[in-house]
Design a protein around this ligand. Sequence first.
Ligand code: FAD
Length: 498
Amino acid sequence: MADKVYDVIVVGAGNAALSAAMAAKEISESVLVIEKAPEYFRGGNTYFTGGIIRFAFDGIEDIKKIIPDMSATEENSIEVGKYTQDEYYDDMMRVTHGLSDPELAQILVRESLPAMEWLQKNGVRFVLSFGRQAFKDGDKYRFWGGLVVEAVGAGKGLSDQQFDVCKRQGVDVLYSTQGVNLLQDEKGRVSGLRVLGPDGFEDIHSRSVVLAAGGFEANAEMRCRYLGPGWEMVKVRGVPYNTGDGIKMALDVGAQAHGHYSSCHAVAWDMNAPAFGDRVITELFQKHSYPFGIITNINGERFLDEGYDFRNYTYVTYGRELLTQPQGLAFQIFDEKVKHLLRDEYWIPQATMVQADTLEELASRLDIDVEGLVKTVEEYNAAVRTDIDYNPTVKDGRRTEGLALDKTNWAQTLDTPPYYGWAVTTGISFTFGGVKINPRGQVVTNAQDPIPGLYAAGEMVGGLFYYNYPGGSGLSAGMVFGRLSGTSAAQYAEALKD
Ligand SMILES: Cc1cc2nc3c(=O)[nH]c(=O)nc-3n(C[C@H](O)[C@H](O)[C@H](O)COP(=O)(O)OP(=O)(O)OC[C@H]3O[C@@H](n4cnc5c(N)ncnc54)[C@H](O)[C@@H]3O)c2cc1C
């Protein structure tokens, strides 16, 4: 290894990194992936995802490009609608308060379908996301929220399939090896990486480096420093390895810090989930069906509009909001009427769940203030506009009226036992702050000058997500900018050989 000069070194082995490695290997001969985790823990946060990817499409014909083996029977049983590039772009801007970097957002939107087709052609298989993104409406499954497709085998499947492609292509992978700092030549070009592996420190030389080492969500000190007090105590939904190393390595060579450092992606997560992600349960500690019930704190008080929008557009901000409540705890409460609408994750045996025939019993067993919860539910029930039709597949406008905090869609009275309650807290998924890249995936300085030989992708790129993100855009950004950065890094490496 000491004398070898790789064309491209990719740091990390999640979706962004492996997309970069696959793209680089299409152009360059020698591509090396450096992964901090041991092989049995490979895949980064990508492994923990539901594998749902957001991309723009113009109708069923585009979906069939991603799932070419879809049967006629299946095609006739679904209504996917369309999710245009304009809609994707509008969603990006809407949920980020118009702050998403327009240039990067346009690339994300424009390249999302081509990147899906590229993954598919390379052998990554996808299926329709019936379980999470479709409702039966008459004899059709109707998809909603712009999300239609997930990787076969979810995040684990996506990760395994990408490793298979890399292996087939001849990409080298070093596990249990941590990137420590970037090497630069006398001209300031990035010329490799200092790593710490099972045999100690080593310098590995290369013509270019793509950093795709995730955010800083697993670093309690950085969470507290950037996200604020209290964040050091939240649960981490994914790997313990994403400790901001890639961001720090880039900043050390002059990269521009970019994006919403004080915000992150977080969700309602089971109160008794472990400190870091569980490889078996993966994302199933999440609780995303709250639009069909109410959420209270330990005093039995509601504190947000559960029906403000489809959960894809609220679950991130609401996940963070839980941390503002006493003890950082909240409770999602439903009755028998909506039980069939709750996602599968609610029924895993590890969930902190109580079923009871009365609200009093439910409150007391979950340690919620009994009087507080009963009062809240009585007032809420009295305020539901039962004259408006209930329809979970659209924003139905069936709301409460007259409460200090109304629920503005999907309001149903809570009056049909048994009642169900789940205890949740904040689980962090990934951070929004990172480094700035240009449209070629090059990491740039404050003066917007590219740092020669340095590229970045994935969670550690800042500037795309502010306050919130449209569900499924994390994987989308990883594959689009991973592919872009890998391609650019390899082109740069080839040009150096001339
Ligand atoms: C539970 C959960 C569910 C999610 N569900 C979805 C979903 O359904 N759809 C969606 O779009 N997004 C989802 N997300 C977000 C999604 O995981 C991320 O946006 C995406 O996986 C990030 O990809 P990445 O390649 O940038 O990072 P990762 O997949 O986390 O990969 C980063 C890699 O870098 C490695 N690394 C870190 N430091 C070093 C170092 N110093 N040297 C070498 N390697 C290093 C890590 O070990 C890791 O393997 C979810 C996140 C979580 C946690």
